[in-house]
Design a protein around this ligand. Structure first.
Ligand code: NDP
Ligand code: GDR
Length: 358
């Protein structure tokens, strides 16, 4: 489907997720016609894209939603046939590492075979010369530390069913590029967060809890491994990098990262500081009590239920290739990100009614 004004058409899977929302905004700003694939859900799950959703009864709109699922090939082929996209951004995934240990087969079906289904759809529909493909690959591919910082040439050692599924998708993307000449690129993105981050990922879990504790609506936060280190950037800046990869003359694979790593423990301290509750660290380990407030109340405690069977202890990316070849750069530090997220959660919570209140 070529846009009436000769503008490009993009198809985004995972449009209802954090990155899908930011990328939709970016592409609409650039004049694209944007089609998103959304799963059926028993309740609305379009909260992140509410501001760009347009009434289907109004003419000349540039944002469209299609029901679909990465586990359903015929549905994906039909959507691709209808949309005839210039660019496909495959962002859909069962994206929670801890959950992938509970649902390994589903994770493989959606994250690994789902990617294959989209690549095959391009081939079946003979869109190899028209449609460019972006795969949401991940720093989780590096897993057990082989080299620091991690770059495009660092060997992979996945440590979860999620990462193993994403490894398959990574190599399928490379293989379809080499075998069929598809313009297919992997963005190996390190952790990126925002006020739209899913509530069960650690940064958002922390910023929501800090806000709720500050407002007297929660007593304590339970976390798993606070020793883990992550290279955290802002999602808004990372979706720009995705788009830049797809605009290159030649497809390739790129790391997007900030080049700075932070312990989960430190992110906790920042978030509580921004929420106006300075906390004191009480020592490491399961047996001790994490963090306490100045009056001695324990506010953050380790709960081993959040430990993972195999953990990724240290992620630190080297984005030099993206700097040099794409001209991509990040501006927002993890410290600034924490503040933005806490302030957003404080606002959200203040607007929420308190259960039981008049
Ligand atoms: P989210 O979890 O916020 O969003 C995932 C999206 O995928 C949601 O729209 C979800 O729909 C959709 N989805 C899940 N399963 C299916 C399925 N079977 N069929 C169709 N859609 C499905 O993830 P992010 O936005 O944070 O991440 C985007 C992508 O980037 C993911 O592939 C993730 O693995 C990858 N990634 C993310 C990083 C990060 O730090 N954020 C870093 C590196 C890679 P619903 O809303 O219905 O749940
Ligand atoms: P990650 O993100 O696994 O890196 O995957 P997450 O925020 O879930 O975990 C980061 C680190 O924090 C530790 N942790 C906890 N994590 C969660 N979720 N909940 C807790 O209570 C908790 N306590 C400590 C974790 O053990 C881990 O070390 C994210 C996802 O977005 C993936 O889709 C993406 O591919 C990678 O980032 C890059």
């Amino acid at each position: 489907m070529t846009h009436q004004n000769g503008k490009k058409t993009a198809l985004i899977t995972g449009v209802t997720g954090q990155d899908g929302a930011y990328l939709s905004h970016l592409l609409l700003e650039k004049g694209y016609e944007v089609h998103g694939v959304k799963r059926r859900s028993s309740s609305f799950n379009t909260g992140r894209i509410e501001d760009i959703y347009q009434d289907p009864h109004v003419d000349n709109q540039r944002f469209h939603l299609h029901y679909g699922d990465l586990t359903d090939s015929t549905n994906l082929i039909r959507i691709m046939q209808e949309v005839q996209p210039d660019e496909v951004y495959n962002l859909a995934a069962q994206s929670h590492v801890a959950v992938s240990f509970e649902t390994p087969e589903y994770t493989a079906n959606a994250d690994a075979v789902g990617t294959l289904r989209l690549l095959e759809a391009i081939r079946i529909l003979k869109l190899e010369d028209k449609t460019r493909f972006y795969q949401a690959s991940t720093s989780e591919l590096y897993g057990l530390v082989q080299e620091v910082p991690q770059r495009e040439t660092t060997p992979f050692y996945p440590r979860s069913p999620y990462a193993v599924a994403k490894l398959y998708a990574y190599w399928m993307t490379v293989n379809y590029r080499e075998a069929y000449g598809i313009h297919a690129s992997n963005g190996i993105l390190f952790n990126h967060e925002s006020p739209l981050r899913g509530e069960t990922f650690v940064t958002r879990k922390i910023t929501r809890a800090a806000a709720a504790i500050a407002l007297g609506r929660q007593d304590k936060l339970y976390l798993g491994n606070m020793d883990a280190k992550r290279d955290w950037g802002h999602a808004r800046e990372y979706v720009r990098g995705m788009w830049m990869m797809v605009q290159q003359e030649k497809p390739d694979d790129y790391v997007l990262a900030t080049g700075v790593t932070t312990e989960v423990r430190e992110f906790v301290r920042w978030a509580f500081e921004d929420a106006g509750i300075p906390i004191e660290f009480r020592g490491k380990g399961v047996e001790e009590k994490g963090y306490a407030a100045s009056d001695g109340r324990c506010l953050v405690e380790v709960d081993p239920r959040y430990f993972r069977p195999t953990e990724v202890e240290l992620l630190l990316g080297d984005p030099t290739k993206a700097h040099e070849k794409l001209g991509w750069k990040h501006d927002i530090s993890a410290r600034e990100l924490a503040r933005e997220m806490v302030l957003a959660d404080l606002e959200l919570m203040k607007a929420e009614p308190i259960a039981g209140a008049d």
